[in-house]
Every structure is written in C-alpha cells, then in structure tokens.
Write a protein that binds this ligand. Structure first.
Ligand SMILES: *[C@@H]1O[C@H](CO)[C@@H](O)[C@H](O)[C@H]1NC(C)=O
Ligand SMILES: *[C@@H]1O[C@H](CO)[C@@H](O)[C@H](O)[C@H]1NC(C)=O
Ligand SMILES: *[C@@H]1O[C@H](CO)[C@@H](O)[C@H](O)[C@H]1NC(C)=O
Ligand SMILES: *[C@@H]1O[C@H](CO)[C@@H](O)[C@H](O)[C@H]1NC(C)=O
Ligand SMILES: *[C@@H]1O[C@H](CO)[C@@H](O)[C@H](O)[C@H]1NC(C)=O
Ligand SMILES: *[C@@H]1O[C@H](CO)[C@@H](O)[C@H](O)[C@H]1NC(C)=O
Ligand SMILES: *[C@@H]1O[C@H](CO)[C@@H](O)[C@H](O)[C@H]1NC(C)=O
Length: 688
C-alpha cells in the first residue's frame, strides 16, 4: 500500500542514460545480516555513491563501496532499519539516484499453545496461543483449528512483540487425545512461503474427577459360588479403585485396591453392601451395590416365651423367626395327627402366636417353617402344659367337736394354683346357708354361732383348670352349757322314801350323756340319755329310803358327756345336795351329877340331853306328890339345872321331855335329899 504509492511517485525520475541499479524494495529478516547494493554498471569510470535516508533517522548501516557498486551492510537487522533510502550515484557529470524501501519482518518461532494438557472436562477452559518476537504484529493472523476446521480467527494488533490469542473452549470427554492447532500467518509481501505460516499442534488432555462410576456383575449369588464385581469409572488421571465392605454394625472393611472384587465360596456373611470408591487427584466418587447371597432359609428358630414348659392357664407367646438368609414367608403350625395345622402365616421373616390360658390339650409339637425361593427350613418345639400341682388343706381337719354357741371357722387353703375356685358342699348336697368368705387362696366358712343343725360333713372343693381336689371335715356339736340342778321333794322323815331330781338343761347329743348319783364315792344310781334330734333337758330321779345316819350326807348328781373330742373340763358337771333327815326326839337322857342321893346342903347338877331333827324343845319337870312342876324349858336338845344347896324337899322324880314336830321322848331320875346321914334312894325310870 505505502510502497505502491512510493513507487508511482518515483517512476518519472528513471528516465536517464545510465542505469542505476537498486531494488525498489528490500525485505529484511530481523536478526539477519543483510546487504543492499546500488550499482551503475554502465559507467566507464569510477562511480561516486552517496547514500541518504529519507526518514529522519540514521541508516544504521556500514557502506562498502567499490568502482561501480556500493553496498550497504546491515549487521543484525532490527526494526529501526526500516527506512526509505536514496542511492545517489555520479558517473562523471551525470548523477542519478534511486530510492528503495526497506521493510523488516520477524516471525522466528512457532506459536506456543498453553493449557492444552490440563483442560477441565465440561468447564470453560481458556487456551492461549502465544506468538512471540513477531513483527509487524498487526499483519499476523492467528487461527485455532481442530483438524482442518478453523474454529476461530484473530488478527494481531500493532506494536506488540508477543501476541497471546485466547480460545475459550468447553471440552467433552471425546476431546481428550484430539489435536488442537494454532496456525499463525504473517501477511507480509515477500516473505518466503515457508516462513510465512507457522503452526503448532498439541494433543489435548481433558482432566476429570471420577465419574460414571458403574459396577457390573451379578449381585445375587448362590451360597458357595463365586462373585465378581467390576467397578468402572471415567476420570483423568486414571482413577484408583478401592472396594470396601460395609458391615451391618457400621464397620467397613477394605477388600482390595483393584477394579475387580472377587470372592469365592460365598458365605452368608458375605451378603451385604459393597462400595466401590474411585478417586484421582481431582476428586472421588463412590457407588454401592447390595450383594444378596441366595440360600434356603437357615437358622430358623421357634421359641416359646417365657418358656415351653407351662402350667395350665399360663399365657405363652410362640415366635417363629428365620434370620441370616432372606426369607419370604414363615408359617407357624401345630402338629396334629401327623399333619401341620396352620396357626399363622406371615410374608416376612418373623411371626408370633399368643395363647392365653393354655390348656393341657394344647401340649404338643409346634412347627415353624420358613420359605424362600431356594427352599425351606422346618424347626419344631415341644410345648408341654402341665396341670397345677394343686394342694388343698382344710383346717380344722378330720373331726372337729364344737361347743354349741361357740364360733367355728372352717378354713380351706389352696396352694400350687394361681387362680383357685372354691366351692363348699356337704354330702347330702344340701345348700350351705352359712357365710362364706373367699379371698384369693383361702375360703372360710363361718359357723358362728355353732348350732346343732351345723353338725355334719363339710367338703371344700377346689378347682384349678382341669384339676379338682377336695378335703372334708366332720363337725360334731355338743351342748352342755350348765351345771345340773338337784331338786328334792324333802324334808325326809327317817324311814320314808326320799326323791331327788337332777336336771341338766339344753344338752346334746342326749344319748351320750349319763347321769350318775353318788353317795360320797359310791355310785348309787345311773341313767343314760336317749336320742334326741335337738338340744334337750335331761332329768334323773333318785329314790331312797332314808335312815337317821343319812343325816348330813352329801349326795352328788354327776353328769358325764361321753363324746370323743370334748375338752376334759367340759366333760363332767356336777351338783351336790346335803341330806336333811327329820326324826322325833330319841335317846333322851337325864344325868345327875355328882350323885342322886344327896345330903342336905349339897350341890347337884341335873342335865338333860336328847337327839331330834329338827331340834324341838326340852322341858325339865319335877314330879312330886302327883304334881308335875316345870323347872326349865329350852329350845334345844339339852338343858342344865344346877341346885347349889339342896334341901330336903328337892327330893323327887325329875323328868326330862324332849319334843319336836314328830313326837316326844322322856327320861327321869329320882333324887333323894337326906338330913344328915339320911340315905337317898335312887330310882331310875327310863322310857323309850
Ligand atoms: C537471512 O539470512 C540467511 C542466512 O544468513 C539467508 O539465507 C536468508 O535469505 C536471509 N533472509 C533474508 C530475508 O534476508
Ligand atoms: C453403567 O454402565 C451401563 C452399561 O455400560 C450404562 O448403560 C449405564 O448408564 C452406566 N451407569 C452409570 C451410572 O454410569
Ligand atoms: C466354603 O466355605 C465353607 C464355610 O466357610 C467351608 O465349610 C467349605 O469347605 C468351603 N468350600 C470350599 C469348596 O472351599
Ligand atoms: C417332643 O415330643 C415328642 C413326643 O411328644 C418326643 O418324641 C420328642 O423327643 C420331644 N422332643 C424334645 C426335643 O423334647
Ligand atoms: C328346759 O328347761 C328350761 C327351764 O325349765 C325350759 O325353759 C326349757 O324350755 C326346757 N327345754 C326343753 C327342750 O324342754
Ligand atoms: C307325848 O306323846 C304321847 C304319845 O306319843 C302324847 O299322848 C302326849 O300328849 C305327848 N306329850 C306332850 C307333852 O306332847
Ligand atoms: C337316908 O334315909 C333313908 C330312910 O329315910 C335311909 O334308908 C338311908 O340309909 C339314909 N341315907 C344315908 C346316907 O344316911
């Protein structure tokens, strides 16, 4: 453009006889040693050369002039050598001049691509193509190419020694390993074609964190077989693989550091989750797979809770459970006559069946069967149900003799049974109308007060599930509440029949009573009671001809209850009476002391004694000359008369008469009083 203009301006000057030979344009390569020759060959003589610069700067060159030629030498071409230079040559008188334009270029190196080897997958990456030491930079064209395809074209800017041309690019994983090219072309006329374009190709490297992690291989394996899992992942740099087993307890166990996980003879414990960890410098990724070990059910359990050995009425929970191998169904049944009678079925690994109030008949074999698609497993349980070891105790036991009116409690106690049921019975199945108090393990029957009608057999029956036990006791009643009472028909006169009656009230059972009449220790009479259905009054009469010697005698009525079991202090009761015998006066005796023949002035005592009952009167009289004179009377059986000094006329018959309601009896004595030496005659008359 500029050079073309210059050329047209210089053309008219070229019309001369001598020819001055100077190229109108010169293109120098930066850094080269370049020469520019100006020649006038037609001049026969030595030519005089003058070089001048048209631009306001020096030539920066050395001159080497010969006869017909001058050469400008540019050592180490630089940009300041760009110039318009005039060569003026004089041949003799003729001067000719020519102008040349020096242009400099620099394009020594291939472009340099940066960032091509660390492209981030899927991210916007900035690649740079750097062209250095380029001149003139505004004539540089830079292209980014994939293969032959131009992706982007840029042009240089003036005044830059180094041009950096960016290319913004989001790589995909297919771009890894592909070439990218940066082609730079310096559009300067005259550059040798082989120097005009320079290009650099690089193989792109697309980096990525691990991704597309993928595990292949069968995750369901049968017991004992082999398992291979392969972990695949993309990523650059090439990722490292780690296999880890994630145990159910939260632990993790490293299984290896290769892409493949291999296990042979797979056991149940190998089932679970396996994780493949993939990592490189840019990150990590992991994926987990669940490995199922296919086996028929194992470890199938049937358990009775709280236990398999039960007592009637207990509650039991039977659970059927299969662990360690996935199970699709569990069936709980009862074996009956060789066949399974299904109780409960569950889609799953566990089922439970609860029996409330288990009965003896529910003893037997229970079966738990677990199923899955590979088979089944059967386990059994023996359930034993036993009757309760019921014990019944009745207090008091056997025979109880009870006093009528007292209170009697029959206590029935059950042991060995959690929920006993009581019932009271009597053999004749009559209803018991007495109060019954049942509380838990004890039932009480209250006979309060005990009546004669309560006599009988009592049965306490306890039911505990299928067990029935009873105890019985016999209640015997006696009644003997009071002492006997003796009544008499008396008083009794000697020789008469006396009648004593002994009565004992409200006795039972009358036939076991005996009434004894005792005279001191001697049994005089005995009588037994006769049967009576209720309490009765017993009476016994004792008849006896009384004698005088029976007076004051103690007659006892002794009542005996001859019944086994009656307390000793209640067996005998007595009543006594003292006999009172009535009789007329007897053995009446008159006594004179000291003698019956007395002398005048002497002292005498006359006493009279008699015996009678009841005591009557005693009268002492003197009979003299047919006249009876009462001397003394006393209410008693004796009397005493003392004569301190007898006189003659105290002589006479003295009569003592004792009397009571039944008769009289007398005695008499003759008392004689002499004068001095008088002799008394004693005569004694006794009458009975
Ligand atoms: C630069 O110098 C080399 C040798 O030194 C030469 O071959 C080449 O032609 C020169 N280039 C220019 C444009 O002067
Ligand atoms: C795993 O690989 C399969 C087959 O090569 C492919 O179809 C699937 O998309 C992959 N999955 C992932 C998560 O990369
Ligand atoms: C497989 O493992 C089981 C238990 O781990 C073992 O009893 C059996 O012998 C093993 N079988 C083989 C073929 O190794
Ligand atoms: C279960 O009971 C059956 C008979 O009822 C008996 O043959 C078997 O031995 C018992 N099993 C066990 C484990 O007690
Ligand atoms: C027994 O005698 C008492 C008193 O005499 C009398 O009240 C009662 O009714 C008599 N009992 C019988 C059963 O005769
Ligand atoms: C004494 O008894 C006789 C006959 O027993 C009777 O005649 C007489 O009157 C009685 N004398 C007196 C004082 O009671
Ligand atoms: C008293 O007198 C009587 C006769 O009158 C005579 O027989 C008797 O002997 C006398 N007694 C005394 C002791 O003298």
């Amino acid at each position: 453009m500029d050079s073309a203009l210059l050329l047209t301006l210089l053309l008219p000057v070229a019309v001369v006889s001598h020819v001055l030979d100077l190229p109108p344009k010169a293109l120098f390569k930066m850094g080269n040693r370049s020469e520019l020759a100006c020649r006038m060959s037609s001049c026969p003589e030595k030519v005089k050369f003058v070089w001048t610069s048209l631009e306001d700067k020096p030539l920066f060159a050395s001159v080497n002039t010969k006869d017909k030629e001058s050469v400008l030498v540019f050592e180490n071409v630089k940009t300041n050598h760009e110039n318009h230079i005039v060569c003026k040559a004089s041949c003799g008188k003729e001067t000719k001049q020519a102008t040349t334009k020096i242009t400099v270029y620099s394009f020594p190196r291939n472009p340099v691509i940066s960032m091509y080897d660390r492209l981030m997958l899927g991210k916007e990456n900035v690649l740079a193509c750097e062209v250095s030491s380029v001149y003139p930079s505004e004539y540089l064209e830079v292209q980014w190419l994939f293969g032959d395809k131009v992706m982007k074209t840029d042009e240089g800017e003036p005044g830059k020694d180094v041009l950096s041309i960016p290319y913004i690019f989001t790589p995909s994983s297919e771009d890894d390993g592909k070439a990218i090219t940066c082609r730079a072309t310096l559009h300067v006329e005259g550059i040798p074609p082989d120097e005009m374009t320079k290009e650099t190709s690089e193989i792109m490297k697309v980096l990525s964190a691990p991704h597309n992690v993928n595990v292949s291989g069968a995750t369901a394996v049968s017991l004992g077989s082999s398992l291979t899992l392969t972990c695949k992942a993309e990523g650059n740099p090439k990722p490292v693989f780690t296999w880890t087993a994630l145990k159910p307890d939260g632990q993790s166990v490293e299984m290896g550091k290769s892409q493949d996980l291999f296990m042979h003879n797979v056991s149940l414990s190998d089932a679970g989750t396996y994780q493949c960890d993939v990592s490189n410098d840019l990150g990590r990724q992991s994926t987990a797979v669940s490995v199922v070990v296919q086996a028929p059910p194992m470890d199938t359990l049937i358990v009775a809770s709280p236990q398999s050995s039960l007592k009637e009425g207990d509650t039991v929970s039977i659970s059927c459970k299969s662990s360690s191998v996935p199970v699709t169904k569990v069936v709980l049944s009862r074996e009956e006559n060789g066949a399974d009678n299904e109780l409960t079925t569950r889609e799953g690994a566990e089922t439970t069946f609860i029996i409330h109030f288990v009965t003896l008949a529910q003893s037997g074999v229970f079966v738990c069967e677990a199923f899955n698609e590979y088979g089944s497993q059967r386990t059994t349980l023996n359930l034993t149900v036993e009757a309760h070891f019921l014990e019944v105790e009745l207090q008091p036991d056997s025979v109880i003799v009870s006093n009528r009116g007292s209170s009697l409690v029959l206590a029935c106690q059950a042991s060995g049974c959690p929920h006993p049921e009581f019932s009271w019975k009597n053999p004749s199945d009559m209803q018991i109308l007495r109060r019954i108090n049942t509380d838990g393990f004890q039932s009480q029957l209250f006979l309060d007060p005990v009546e004669v009608e309560d006599e009988g057999t009592y049965l306490c029956e306890v039911t505990c599930g299928s067990v029935k036990k009873s105890k019985q006791t016999e209640v015997k009643v006696f009644s003997f509440p009071t002492n006997p009472i003796i009544t008499s028909s008396g008083p009794f006169l000697v020789g008469e029949m006396m009648k004593l009656t002994c009565t004992v009230q409200d006795v039972f059972p009358a036939n076991l009573f005996q009434i004894l009449w005792l005279d001191g220790e001697r049994v005089k009479h005995s009588e037994s009671g006769s049967f009576s259905s209720g309490a009765t009054n017993l009476t016994s009469v004792y008849s006896y001809r009384v004698d005088r010697k029976d007076q004051g005698k103690l007659i006892t009525c002794k009542v005996l209850l001859d019944m086994h079991g009656v307390p000793a202090q209640q067996v005998v009761k007595t009543a006594s009476t003292t006999l009172s015998v009535h009789y007329p006066p007897t053995v009446t005796r008159i006594t004179v002391t000291p003698v019956t023949e007395l002398k005048e002035g002497e002292s005498v005592s006359i006493s009279c004694n008699s015996d009678s009952f009841p005591v009557g009167r005693t009268v002492l009289s003197k009979v003299a000359d047919g006249i009876q004179t009462e001397l003394m009377t006393s209410d008693g059986v004796e009397t005493l008369l003392t004569l301190p000094s007898v006189e003659l006329d105290d002589s006479g018959l003295y009569v003592c008469q004792a009397s009571n309601m039944y008769g009289n009896h007398s005695d008499s004595v003759e008392i004689t009083v002499n004068g001095t030496f008088l002799i008394f005659e004693l005569e004694c008359i006794r009458s009975i």
